[in-house]
Each structure stands twice: as C-alpha cells, then as structure tokens.
Design a protein. Sequence first.
Length: 289
Amino acid sequence: MVKKSALILALGSVVTFFQCQYLNPQESRSQIIIARAGEEYLYLEDLEGLTPKNISEGDSAKLAEKYRDNWIKKQLIVDKARSEIAINEAELERKVLDYEYALISHEFEKLYINSHLDTQVSTDEIETYYKQKSDNFILKQNIVKCLFVQVPKTAPELKQLRRNIRNYPNTNKDDIKDYTYQYAIKSFLDDSLWVNFDELIVSTPLKELDNRIRFLQQTTFSETSDENYSYYLKILEYKISDQLSPLEFIREDIENIIINKRKLALKKELEKAIYDEAISKNSFEIFNN
C-alpha cells in the first residue's frame, strides 16, 4: 500500500467522484483501489487532502485524475529502474531519511527565523556595511542617471521636445512628462535613479557604439534615429565599470545581505539553544568504544 503523503490531495467531492466512477460502492473505503502499477496499489484513502475547499466536483476530479496518472508514471519509472540497475536498499533508505530530516529541520528553522527575524534595516547599518565592504561593490557595468525618450518620427513638435530634453534641468520637466504621456513609445524620466546603460540603449541605434565609456565621458545629450523612431538621451551623471558603485544603486542589495546575515545568525542561535538544552537535560550521550 502506498504511504500517505502530505502532498496528496482529496476531500469530499473527489472521494464521491471516485466511488461513483471507478469503484464498487460495497467495498470498504480502506480497500478501494484507484490504480495499480506493477506490485503497488493506489487506494482511495491515499487521495485524502488532494483538493482545496470550495472547489467544484469537476475540478476535484481533474486534480485526482492528474495525481493518479502521475503516480502511475512514477511507479513505472521506479519499477523500470529497479529492473535495470542494482539498488543499494540500505543506502537508499539512508538518503530518504537524510532528506526527511533535512525537510523537517528546514521547516522548523524557517518557523523560528520568521518569528524572530527583524527585517528593518537602518540607513546607518547600510552605510556602515557599504563603507566596510566597498571592495565588494565595484561596478561590472556602466550606469547612468538620465532622461530617455523614444518617440515616433511622425510625432508633433519634436524640435520642442529635443530642446526641452537637451536643456534639462533648466526646463520644465512636467512639459516633458506631458509630451511623453501622449506620444512616447518608451521613456525613462526618473533622474534620481541609476540605470544600467547597456539595458537602456539595447533597442536603440546606440547599441552599436564601439566605445561606450568614451561616449559617456564625452556626451551629455544624444539624438539618434532609425527608420521609425527618434531617440533622445540626456546624461546627467555616469559611473563606468570598475568604479565603486553608488550606494543608491546597491542599497537594496545591501539591505538583503544584512537580512540574510541575520537569518544565518538566528539559525546558529537556534542550533546552540537546542544543543545547550539537550546538554542540561542529558538528552544525548557519546560512547567511546
């Protein structure tokens, strides 16, 4: 009999469905067989918990049938494997137990960490980590702060748009926003954010640049075009690869690093607490033979 698994799904309507569609209603529920693969049998009770509540009978049946078909395929693969290769049953059982222990431990650690983890990271913590680990934050790409607009070449008043972008920040940004809202195919107008330069220009004629670093060093405004579109780029700031990344560009990464370090610390804290408790209660022994 196949072991009941936490992953197996069937409540209510699916049980009724299989009783009506596949089985003799006179049979005991524990003996109702759904399928056979080789010497293994899938029983109706193995489907308990298959479907969530408030699901239609038809959907319940589909989920149950899908599980049944997957069970058959897996059993057939296992049977074929056993006939083709030598299986060390003891080693296999050890690996299954190791995997089971790992799953249980992981779930317990996750529960402990989630209930104790402080996810608030202060600005001081981020800045301190950034200074201490600056060697880890060297740029691997060129980044820019900029305005970028892609518009059809048939759009009206392109000269005024060009003038507004070229002269920014000495122009009204709202005028640029209003224009791009009406006509732009693509735009980036958040001049406070750093963006990857290669990703910005990937669909523009600038992707053919031979020397992007020199372009950034020598350019503050660029206008290019292809058959259908005009592209306007105003570069406000830039950083090139191999320079230290601006803190704003990696702030979220540093925050995640700090939180992950807290998770590791909580895991070690849990392991130590359990070990110390076991020592105090004499819960384990080591025998020197």
